[in-house]
Structure formats: C-alpha cells, structure tokens
Design a protein around this ligand. Sequence first.
Ligand code: UDP
Ligand code: MG
Length: 337
Amino acid sequence: MQIEQGEHIYRKRRAEGRIATPLISIVVPAYNEAEVLDHFLKDTSAAVGPLGLPYEYIFIDDGSSDETANIIAAHLKNGLQGRLIGLARNFGKEAALTAGLAHAKGDVLVVIDADLQDPPQLIPQMIDGWRAGYDVVYGLRVDRSSDTVMKRNSAGLFYKLFNRLSDIDMPANAGDFRLIDRKVVEALLKLPERNRFMKGLFAWVGFSSMAIPYERPHRRAGYGKWNYWKLWNFAIDGLTSFTTMPLRIWFYGGALVAALSFAYAAFLIIRVMAFGIDVPGYASLMVGLLFFSGVQLLSIGMIGEYVARLFNEAKQRPIYLVQDIIEGAPNTHKTKP
Ligand code: UDP
Ligand code: MG
C-alpha cells in the first residue's frame, strides 16, 4: 500500500511535467511487408491523426527482398513525415527495433508491427496513459485465439519458466507493442548487449508501466516470419540472456547424483559383507554409464550456450548496419516551444 502511494506521487509529478504537444515516433520494423503496408499506413494515420499531435513514422526495412522499401520511399516522397532506415541485410526484428529506437526523435515512441496485429486504434489510449504519468504503456494480449493451441501453450510455459528463473518480472502475453517515454528509450539504448531480447530488456529497465488489454487479430496480409524452430531458439536466447540459473541447476544435479552414488556404494559394501562377493550385472553398469555420459553431455551443452553468448558479446560487432536512410517531409515540429 505504502509503495503504491509512493508510485502514485511520482506519477502525478510526471503527469504534470508532460509537454502538451509531444512528438510521437511510430517505430515500425518491416521485413517483406509490401502487401500490408498501405493498409497499415491508412489505419494508423486514421487512428493517430485525430489526436492533433505531431507524429512521424520510423520504418526499419530489415533487409526485405520485396517492394517494402520502394513502397515506403514512395509514401515519404509524397509527404509522409518520418524516415526509412534501410538495414544492410536481415538482422531480425530485435535488431531492427534497436535501430528504430536509435533513429526516432520523438518525445514518445510507439513500437508497432507492420502487419496490423497490433491495433493502431489503441495508440490514443496509450497516449492517455502517458499523459497520466506512465512511462511505459504496453498492449496485453488477452485473447490469443489467433495463435495456434501449441503456440499459446508453449508461450505460456515460456513466460512461467522465464519469470521463475530470472530476477526480472516480465508480464506474460505482452508483446513488443507499446508506448515508451523518451527516458525509457535512452535507458534501452544504453544497454550494450548484442543479444537483444527486447521483451526482456523492456522489463529489465523497469519504469512505471501500465497495461492495455486487447484482442490480437490475425495479420491483415502477407505471412508471419516465425516457425517453431525460430521460436525455440528465441526462447533459449531469452532465457540465457536473463538468467544463469540453468548453470546452477547442474551444481544441484551433480550434488544429488554424488549423494545417490555414495548411498549405492554403501549398499554394495554392506551387501558384500553380509552375503559375500557377487558379480553384478552388465546391464546396470551399461545403464549407469549411458545415463551419466548423457547428463555430462547435456551439462557441457548448457555451458556451451553461455560460452557461445560470451563469444558473441566479446566480438563487439554492431547490432545492425545501416545501408540507407531516406528522409520524408521535413519535420516542422519544435520539441520545446
Ligand atoms: N520483422 C522484422 N524482421 C524479421 C522478422 C520480422 O523486422 O526478421 C517484423 C515484421 O515485418 C513485423 C514484425 O516484425 O512487422 C512481426 O513479425 P511477424 O508478424 O512475422 O511476427 P508475429 O506477429 O508472428 O510475432
Ligand atoms: Mg505478426
């Protein structure tokens, strides 16, 4: 209760400090989204326009091989405000988002998918949340019926495991769709890691957050870029970036196995003393051998996961490379009047 009041006081103070006409940057990672971009721009502008606030689009072309870049460039040429950041190849959504955050100039940023699975109609509500003093306003998927049963269950399991193992609290079923204040953006950009599990990073930086529940629709056009193998690897990336618990598990596993083998040794000694020498079976030996070599390989693999991550971080390669930046109509907005 006490803490809630404290948070309330800070929020009120922040709400009073909010500028009246913030520049909104709409950050959109796009990878082969040519089919849906026109729908996206139409719906998003219809949702954001009536707010009467200045806004710009930050599109990140994540190495698309279709007309994505051309379509966006044409819109920018025809007066759309914002810019297109063309990456040198497909770096993945997490890297594209990082590029978007770095190139957005807004006082508030809205991170949104191009496929209209994140309804732009929620943006005005998010702005209201920001005006009420929240620094992060995220969309919470209450109905994931547009996902398959398998994807929903595995996602549920992942969130449980993640929150159990890591120190941070990541809200289940929150995607990347969210509004973030400039100071959250600055905090995110200060994080140097190469392995960017954005959902985890959003949760790690903290700041006072508010959820807006919504039903996640199917993508409007085009096709999704995920498959189960990619999701599995994404989950491993997320877990290993935010917890070293898997390494510790082997410590306890090893202790348990050692304890059991001591007990078994004691049992064998007592049996020999009581009943005389007896040659034990080949089967139990083989099972033990195979089992423990399996356990050892698993644990080496687990350590390998972390070593691989250290290797990637140590190389210090940039998270993304920009190939082109196309500027849209000049921004007439002044941040501080
Ligand atoms: N995306 C991207 N780079 C990629 C894959 C996806 O920038 O390598 C973008 C994609 O264009 C879309 C968003 O990330 O705007 C979400 O992608 P998708 O719809 O495939 O994922 P899902 O909705 O299934 O999470
Ligand atoms: Mg999608």
